[in-house]
Write a protein that binds this ligand. Structure first.
Ligand SMILES: Cc1ncc(COP(=O)(O)O)c(C=O)c1O
Length: 405
């Protein structure tokens, strides 16, 4: 079989693969707990459901324009005004099948083979593979000061004549870090000065805790012409708990959006008109579901952070946003893939290995599940890796006996 060089270079999505493993184990009746999840468990807003249902009832479900329906664009304009205080035009917007597609199409529109794309580590698993899909080169930058906050000097050191774009994801998946306003200002100014695309992946920007503020890149941008290199990515997946609806968008200069629409038009056409209706319902409807999701997550976060802090060997920088913690387990095991597999095999707890996010020795542990799962999952993990644990643990009726040290 002949497979392309790019095809061969693309790794399976580690997060999607582990989700599949979880589903298989669950279907077999295994008492597995998912602490690696990437989606809220709450229901989609009622306004999203009624909007999609009433369109479905018309029986007329047609193609949508390649760059999204005009009504959906109006909702994005409204969203951008409300959350960024910036008036954008319909021509500045493309609606895609998830933020993932919006990002992918943006990269396809700007990258040539050999171009380089910088992003701070830890990073979302898809950035490396998306850049490779364009024949370009991912350049992850690990912060050298042991925090999850990137420093301008680390980024600047990695800029070459091939650097075409920088991706910034704050609040960050997997660390939950919200990058300081000073850093966002510097990176916006730096990219404008150097004529480098700045892609802000803001998909978690409404999920922040303890009154933390997410910096608004528009506040520091000076260029709003068609030469602007600022691209903002967002969507309904996380804050509206609508991951399965697959609606996201990009905001950028008009020429870039036109090119992205050309690409998307040949790839998938516009996202399903039904799903756009649901997203319009969510954005234009009552917003209280975001507040209640945030309150639930804030409570879950408190419980998870307390429990992880009770592990003597675990080092944790508590997250300010998202629904992930990224904890350093290297005192127990340096190989995060091995540790994650061990926890799944021995105590049926699913975690995401840090190496997939560009930092070895860490595990991504989510707090988007139930408090019960968080509490029981962490108890099981503690039992499995703490050498002072009692010899036995019960999971329901099932007795586990330690056969390891
Ligand atoms: C950082 C980041 N960006 C983008 C996405 C994609 O979101 P969507 O579901 O809208 O494609 C995710 C989803 O996990 C993410 O974590």
């Amino acid at each position: 079989m002949s497979i392309s060089i790019i095809g061969r270079s693309i790794a399976e999505s580690a997060t999607l693969k582990l989700n599949e493993t979880f589903a298989i184990l669950k279907a077999k009746g295994e008492p597995v707990i998912h602490l690696g999840g990437g989606e809220p468990k709450s229901k989609a807003p009622i306004d999203a459901i009624t909007a999609i249902a009433s369109h479905l009832n018309t029986g007329e479900v047609r193609y949508a324009p390649a760059d999204g329906t005009i009504d959906m664009k109006k909702s994005v304009i409204r969203y951008t005004m409300e959350h960024y205080g910036r008036k954008v035009e319909p021509e500045n917007i493309i609606v895609s099948s998830g933020a993932k597609q919006a990002l992918m199409v943006a990269l396809q529109a700007i990258l040539d083979p050999q171009d380089e794309v910088i992003f701070p580590a830890p990073y979302w698993v898809s950035y490396t593979e998306m850049v490779k899909l364009c024949g370009a080169v991912p350049v992850p930058v690990v912060p050298e000061d042991g925090t999850f906050t990137p420093r301008m000097q680390d980024i600047e050191q990695n800029v070459t004549s091939y650097t075409k774009a920088i991706i910034i994801n704050s609040p960050n998946n997997p660390s939950g870090a919200v990058y300081p306003e000073s850093f966002i200002r510097e990176i916006v100014e730096f990219c404008e000065k150097k004529n480098i695309y700045l892609i802000m992946d803001d998909i978690y920007h409404l999920l922040v805790y303890n009154g933390v503020k997410v910096a608004n890149p528009f506040d520091y941008a000076k260029d709003f012409t068609d030469n602007s290199k600022l691209i903002i990515i967002n969507g309904v997946s996380k804050a509206y708990a609508m991951t399965g609806f697959r609606i996201g968008w990009a905001i950028g200069n008009k020429k870039l959006i036109e090119v992205m629409a050309n690409i998307q038009g040949h790839q998938t056409s516009g996202p399903s008109v039904l799903l756009q209706k649901a997203a319009i319902g969510a954005i234009n409807g009552v917003q209280s579901s975001i507040d209640s999701l945030r309150a639930t997550l804030e409570n879950n976060r408190k419980v998870l952070v307390e429990q992880l802090n009770a592990f003597s060997g675990v080092h944790l920088l508590p997250p300010d946003g998202t629904f992930y913690t990224f904890a350093d387990f290297s005192a127990y095991e340096k190989d995060s893939t091995k540790l994650s597999k061990f926890l799944l095999d021995k105590v049926k707890v699913l975690t995401m290995p840090g190496v997939e996010f560009g930092m070895e020795g860490y595990l991504r542990i989510s707090f988007c599940g139930s408090i019960k799962d968080i509490t029981e999952g962490i108890e099981r993990m503690k039992w499995a890796i703490d050498p002072d644990s009692p010899n036995e643990l019960y999971i329901g009726e099932r007795k586990l006996v330690r056969d390891w040290n």
